[in-house]
Ligand binder design. Structure first.
Ligand SMILES: [Zn+2]
Length: 489
């Protein structure tokens, strides 16, 4: 359906005109049959006048069609669809601000001109939408999506089904999905994967629909998983029949969908669920095993676990990706973990509690294995498993750089299914109470207040707000502790 009653009137008018001209009737002839002035019928056909029900009934009778035929929302032809689109665009607020003359979408306009005008209007509307997507809107859209995912346990059966069907058709039976299988999936959809080193900086991949080619970064990019994932995400746009996004919200939703599809291909449900169920029975669930069994990154494995654990294993859980500065880069929780939030409800860019495993893990020297911790919070006790890692300064395909930690955690009652449940590490967090860890200790404040002048680091993530602190982007508690540690006696 279009946008409201006006659109429907335009479609109705086009359908009447289409049926009338198809029968070789003039406006005068139809007017005579239905007992109305041709000028009124012309207004109706142009969508400028809403016909009374009685007139509509007479028109249907005169044209020998049922009423439903007139009232269908379908444009009667490709040409009519274009005429309707042009008419609608020219009546819209965006066009009226341009101050250029309108074109009457009449029979005289050649089809290629009509096609181009509608194409230009569509592109104009899309660019306008993109331009007004402020960071705040982006954050709201992102929050909306996260809440939707949390409400449905981050499980999307339709993506699971289509991924399973495609990997099976390409011959996948279990284990890590190979490059060869991904290439075969692409072939079966009519695409060839090509690696190039001059991709546009703003694109992660580019698909040539005309020639059936998907361009990806060079094969030498570190991390084979990243390339398989990028190729699958490019395919996902086709599989899931995406159009060019018209808003930031749509752009984000598509990103969530293609990421989900790629993950569902890399660790398909029909293999991943029995794997996880077996480990649950053994009370030996571990993200690192899941990661290794399917040859994916720790982050991808952790995220994939959120797709499957609640729906299939009955385990609520949370996921966090946190930078070394303590700012949350990405988060998900359907287990009640109290994420810090800004006024819009966004969690990205918020500093998470210093006592949480996601930050305590940075203090460890041995970072090769998972770090386990129980954390008491105002919302209950959680068990968490954290793995730290680092990326090249240029960041990954998804932005983000430097050291980070990936955490998967569950409420205390569910820790029993996981390896590492016997950890003795236990911390207590009272965040968002500022006295927990955000505010510098009183004696440090007394010593350093007014004597500290750190130069703030710029945050680059668009979704990230600046962490709280006396200076933009600076964490006083950390600065003071640092100064104290290095201060001469
Ligand atoms: Zn805290």
């Amino acid at each position: 359906m279009g946008s409201g009653a006006e659109t429907d009137l335009i479609t109705l008018g086009r359908r009447i005109r289409h049926l009338r001209t198809a029968q070789g009737l003039t406006l005068d002839a139809l007017g005579e049959k239905v007992g109305s002035a041709p000028s009124l019928l012309s207004l109706v056909e142009n969508g400028r006048r809403e016909p009374r029900l009685g007139l509509l009934r007479s028109i249907a009778e005169a044209l020998g069609v049922p009423m439903s035929e007139l009232l269908s929302a379908e444009p009667p032809s490709r040409r009519a669809a274009l005429e309707i689109a042009l008419d609608r665009a020219q009546r819209g607020p965006l066009f009226t601000t341009l101050g250029v003359p309108a074109v009457k979408p009449s029979q005289k306009l050649p089809m290629p001109v009509l096609e181009q005008l509608v194409g230009l209007h569509d592109e104009l509307a899309r660019r306008e939408q993109m331009a007004i997507a402020t960071p705040e809107e982006a954050r709201r859209a992102n929050t909306e999506l996260r809440l939707e995912r949390e409400a449905r346990d981050n499980h999307y059966p339709q993506f699971e089904a289509v991924a399973e069907q495609l990997v099976k058709a390409a011959g996948y039976t279990g284990g890590a999905l190979t490059h060869r299988t991904v290439a075969r999936m692409a072939e079966q959809m009519g695409f060839t994967l090509l690696h190039v080193d001059d991709l546009p900086r703003s694109a992660r991949s580019v698909t040539d629909l005309r020639n059936g080619r998907i361009y990806l970064p060079p094969a030498s990019t570190p991390g084979g998983h990243g390339l398989r994932s990028l190729a699958l995400q490019a395919l996902a746009h086709r599989v899931l029949e995406h159009d060019r996004p018209r808003s930031y919200g749509e752009f984000l939703r598509q990103r969530v969908e293609i990421t989900y599809f790629a993950a569902a291909c890399l660790a398909p449900q029909f293999v991943a669920v029995p794997f996880l169920e077996a480990h649950k029975r053994e009370r030996d669930l571990a993200v690192e095993d899941f990661r290794d069994a399917f040859g994916i990154t720790h982050e991808a494995a952790a995220m994939r676990l959120t797709n499957l654990a609640t729906h299939h294993l009955g385990i609520p859980l949370h996921f966090l990706r946190v930078g070394a500065d303590g700012a949350l880069f990405r988060g998900y929780a359907n287990d009640g973990l109290p994420f810090p939030q800004d006024v819009t409800g966004a969690i990205e860019g918020q500093l998470i509690c210093r006592r949480w495993a996601a930050r305590e893990a940075f203090e460890r020297r041995d970072r090769a294995t998972e770090f386990y911790q129980y954390t008491d919070t105002p919302a209950g006790t959680f068990w968490c498993s954290t793995q730290t890692g680092s990326m090249s300064p240029s960041g990954g395909p998804d932005g983000g750089s430097g050291a980070f930690s990936i955490t998967v955690g569950v409420p205390y009652a569910h820790a029993k299914w996981f390896r590492g449940r016997d950890t003795q590490v236990r911390r207590s967090s009272t965040c968002p109470d500022p006295a927990c860890c955000q505010r510098p200790a009183p004696e440090l404040t007394a010593r350093w207040s007014g004597e500290a002048w750190p130069s703030g680091r710029m945050h680059q993530q668009i979704l990230a707000a600046l962490p709280r602190g006396a200076f933009p982007g600076v964490d006083d508690a950390e600065v003071y502790a640092f100064l104290d540690k290095h201060a001469p006696e």
